[in-house]
Structures are given as structure tokens and as C-alpha cells.
Design a protein around this ligand. Structure first.
Ligand SMILES: Nc1nc2c(ncn2[C@@H]2O[C@H](COP(=O)(O)OP(=O)(O)OP(=O)(O)O)[C@@H](O)[C@H]2O)c(=O)[nH]1
Length: 386
């Protein structure tokens, strides 16, 4: 079969390793360590296959050039995927690492298959400039405090990398070599490829340092934003996030509903069964609240001792009340137990909906609070403001 030659096999192997990597990373996307190792494993795999297939042809200078070029592209990909995740403290957007894949495949194809040596060098150098430029562009976003030194290092490396690759493109265009598939390119261009690969390799320890740093930051941030007992948002975090959610809803002209929930006669639970029982009831109530509000985007917080807040972006008060009635029914149909003794628990809630008079979180909150007061006045175990 004519088409099944060594370079095609090399390209297919490289492509397959990238696809399997994509699947692997996607399946394990919640584990940053796995993502990093998956990238490295895929890099090593494609390097090994490349070495195996190309060394067989005994054209060392070109092997050297292709390997270093691919190393630089792969590590560019690693930094692109992990650099953004590490630096901006937000989950990896699939597009971040899918974007460079076609570029990497395209480059893989041209580095291994096209018969024009100069074209190969120009194409993969230009791709490297694109990747690095994209990565440097991503660095414009604010970093978490521990990342600012890393940002300087990364920007410096990215600038050097872009300069090296532009130089390679220029050198190759000035001294083009239109020869066979595996013929040596100019030694200057090869040396620059090696330099580039070294540059990216030096970034690896930095990448791992940042990975650990990010995990620590995320852990601390989670602790600061969540209430220990219920694992819901703390009052401060809820207020901050609710304000943002409200301004987004206003921009998009969506509705939003805030409910403040207060457990009824909670002091009696503490007095009757002890503080530990009170804690248990609070934690269990939070879990039930989570369960009964699942299915729609929602912000949940514990904003006081036995006071909770729920913000539903996109829902009217009537729609939001359906969740609260469900919660009420759930508490009644399966009462909590402490030491085998059933504890009946009810709550009162005040709701406020975003409308022409209530355009700010503050007013929404005050209105919901006033409604809660009415609910308590009306004998508790009811909703007000629907
Ligand atoms: N166990 C426990 N109790 C808490 C916690 N935070 C606040 N409390 C108690 O919650 C009780 C709230 O009592 P009150 O404000 O009188 O309210 P209530 O008894 O629920 O009465 P109403 O709200 O009027 O229905 C107080 O006894 C607080 O000590 C907590 O984290 N754990």
C-alpha cells in the first residue's frame, strides 16, 4: 500500500496519541495532577514513536530538528492548557486545549510529511508563534497574588520564544532549501529549534510549582468562602456572589428571586436536645435544601445562625416557591431523628423578586427580610412574598 509509508505512520501515531490524550484528559479533567501527567505522558509517547520511526531512516539532523520542534510545540500545549488553568483559578475551558490541537496536528502533518523542508520549518515556527502569542495574550488577565512572579517569567519566556521562532521563519525564508523529505535544514534553524525546546523544558518545574500553589490557593479560598457546618456559602461569599448574579441578571433582562429562610423555634431544639443536636439539624437541613433546589442554577448560603439564603437567577418568585414548597413537604414527610427521637422542623421564608422597583441586591435583600418578618408574624411555617 503506497500511502502506508513511514512518515504517514508517524503522523498517524502522533495524531492518535493526541486524540487519546484528549479523551484521557477530558475524562479526568477534574484532577489537575492527572491532566499534567497526561500531557507529559502523551508528549513522551509521541516523542518515542517519533524517534523510533524516524531514527529508522538514519537522517539524524532532520530527526533532531523535528523532535525539538515537536517538543517545543507539545510543551507549548502543556503551558497553554495548564498555564491558563493554573493562573486564572477557573476550571479549564475545553476550548483552551482543543484550540491548539488542530494546530498541533496540522504542524505534525507538515513536519513529517511535506517534501518541502523550508515549508515545514516555516509552518511549525509560525504555529509556535501563534500558540505562544495566544498563551501570552491569556496572561493579560489578573493573576492570583502568588502567581505574579510566574507571570513575569512566563511572559519573558513567551517573548523569547516568539523572537526565536520569528528568527527561524526569517532564516528559513532567506535560505530556503527545497529538497527531499528528510533532508537537513540549515544548521542555524536547527540550533534555534533546540534552544526553543530547552526554553520550554525549563518551564516545566515552574508549571509544577504553580500546580501545587493553585491547589493550596483553591483549598484556602474554599475554606474562606464556605461555612464549616453546612458547606454552603458563608454570609460574605453569598453577598458578594449574589450581587454579581443580580447584576448579570439585570444586564440580560432576566428575572431573579431571593428567598431568606429562617428555621422556626430553633432555640427550642437547642434547649431540648442540646447544641450538638442543633448542629446536626442545621447540617441536615442544608443537605435537604441542596437536594430540593437541585436542577436549577442557584446560589445557597448560610447567612446567620439558623438563617439561610437562596438566590435563583432566571426564576420568578412563583417558580422559586415551588422549590420551597418541595422543601417544606420533604421536611414533613421524612422528619429528622436525633438519638432515635423524631425532631419536627419547619421554616418560614420571605421572597423578593427582581422588578422595576427592586433593581439592586440591597433592596431585594431588605424586601425579602421584610417578607420573612411577615411570615413569622403570620404564625411561621409559611412563605411570604410569592
Ligand atoms: N446548635 C447551634 N445553634 C445555633 C447556631 N447558631 C445559632 N444558633 C442558635 O439558634 C437559636 C436562634 O434562636 P432565635 O433567634 O430565638 O430563633 P428561633 O428559636 O428559631 O425562633 P424564631 O426564629 O422566632 O422562630 C439561638 O438559640 C442560637 O443559639 C449554631 O451554629 N449551632
Amino acid at each position: 500500500m503506497d500511502w502506508l509509508d513511514i512518515p504517514t505512520l508517524a503522523f498517524v501515531a502522533q495524531f492518535a496519541s493526541i486524540v487519546s490524550l484528549a479523551v484521557f484528559v477530558y475524562l479526568w479533567r477534574n484532577n489537575p495532577q492527572v491532566r499534567a501527567f497526561a500531557w507529559l505522558a502523551a508528549c513522551s509517547l509521541s516523542m518515542c514513536l517519533g524517534i523510533f520511526l524516524i531514527l529508522g531512516l538514519r537522517f539524524l539532523p532532520v530527526t533532531f530538528c523535528i523532535l525539538s520542534g515537536n517538543i517545543c510545540l507539545m510543551y507549548g500545549g502543556v503551558m497553554l492548557a495548564h498555564g491558563t488553568r493554573l493562573l486564572y483559578l477557573r476550571p479549564v475551558n475545553l476550548l483552551y486545549w482543543l484550540t491548539p490541537l488542530p494546530m498541533l496536528c496540522f504542524t505534525g502533518y507538515f513536519t513529517l510529511i511535506t517534501p518541502d523542508v523550508s515549508a515545514r520549518v516555516v509552518i511549525y515556527s509560525a504555529t509556535a508563534v501563534l500558540l505562544t502569542g495566544y498563551f501570552a495574550y491569556e496572561l493579560r488577565r489578573p493573576l492570583h497574588p502568588a502567581g505574579s512572579n510566574a507571570r513575569i517569567v512566563l511572559l519573558t519566556v513567551a517573548s523569547i520564544d516568539i523572537a526565536i521562532n520569528l528568527l527561524r521563519v526569517w532564516l528559513t525564508l532567506v535560505h530556503p532549501q527545497h529538497q527531499g523529505l528528510l533532508t537537513s535544514v540549515g544548521s542555524n534553524a536547527t540550533a534555534l529549534a533546540f534552544l526553543n525546546a530547552l526554553l520550554y523544558l525549563s518551564l516545566l518545574p515552574l508549571g509544577f510549582m504553580m500546580l501545587n500553589d493553585e491547589r493550596l490557593q483553591l483549598h484556602l479560598q474554599h475554606q474562606a468562602d464556605h461555612d464549616d457546618l453546612t458547606q454552603l456559602l458563608s454570609r460574605r461569599a453569598f453577598m458578594e456572589q449574589a450581587e454579581q448574579t443580580i447584576s448579570h441578571a439585570l444586564q440580560r433582562k432576566h428575572s431573579a428571586t431571593l428567598a431568606i429562610i429562617d428555621l422556626d423555634w430553633f432555640k427550642q431544639i437547642n434547649d431540648g436536645y442540646g447544641h450538638l443536636a442543633g448542629d446536626y439539624v442545621l447540617a441536615l437541613f442544608a443537605r435537604t435544601l441542596l437536594r430540593e433546589t437541585r436542577g436549577s442554577p442557584v446560589l445557597l448560603g448560610r447567612i446567620g445562625g439558623e438563617e439561610f439564603a437562596v438566590l435563583w437567577p432566571g426564576l420568578t418568585a412563583k417558580e422559586a416557591s415551588i422549590h420551597l414548597y418541595r422543601l417544606q413537604n420533604s421536611l414533613k414527610s421524612s422528619p429528622m431523628e436525633w438519638d432515635g427521637i423524631p425532631i419536627s422542623l419547619t421554616f418560614s421564608s420571605g421572597l423578593a423578586e427582581l422588578n422595576d422597583n427592586q433593581q439592586k441586591f440591597d433592596t431585594l435583600y431588605r424586601h425579602a427580610d421584610a417578607q420573612l418578618y411577615l411570615a413569622k408574624e403570620n404564625g411561621r411555617d409559611c412563605l411570604s412574598g410569592v
